[in-house]
Design a protein around this ligand. Sequence first.
Ligand code: C5P
Length: 226
Amino acid sequence: MAAQPPVITVDGPSGTGKGTLCLRLAAQLGWHFLDSGVLYRLVGFLALKRGVVLDDAVALVPLAAALPVEFRPLADDLEIRLEHEDVTRAVRTEQIGDAASRVAACPPVREALLARQRAMRRAPGLVADGRDMGTVVFADAPLKIFLTASAETRAERRYKQLKGKGNDVSLTALLEDIRARDERDATRAIAPLVPAPDAEILDTTLLGIAEVTDRVMHLVRERGLA
Ligand code: C5P
């Protein structure tokens, strides 16, 4: 059997810098990029739009299985189009993040999104951002990174990011949301947010994105992936 293209998995809670790190790694290596959180966000978004209850597996699975989504690379982000509508900003709100973490706790929804995620593993390689990339989706990945940071630091980063995009947000509310979402993600029965046993754990509380990227690129070279 031909060797599978390599995957670098980057897991961890929101606000640890996973997205920025993955975009930089993918650009430096010339590899593909999978933002798996967007898939859960899109299921949550569609469910809210169609009035589907967020734990109704029977109604959610067809939405997840047939997600009519298209990704278009932008200079430093991805444009997300759902049924030809640009939803790039609409799916990044806290409300949709919360809906995503509710639908993500539903095992058949995760199952329905598996094949789509694995299909992204194409040559020359894939950088995969999520919560269960190293534990479930790409358990055989040759390099697994798990990012952590204090909840306060993560809330501040989200605050700056959302403010920068023109959203009206409160830091206190963000911190509460982050804590609630962490709790739900870490304690759910299926694919909980935990580091893979063979993951490299990096605490980004005191590290800038350039330093985090350098450290990971060092590991990439050490493992002979580039
Ligand atoms: O990473 P992002 O904030 O976009 O993810 C939104 C939510 O989707 C997370 O809080 C988590 O509940 C869920 N998710 C997941 N598994 C992934 C990616 C995201 O359960 N691989």
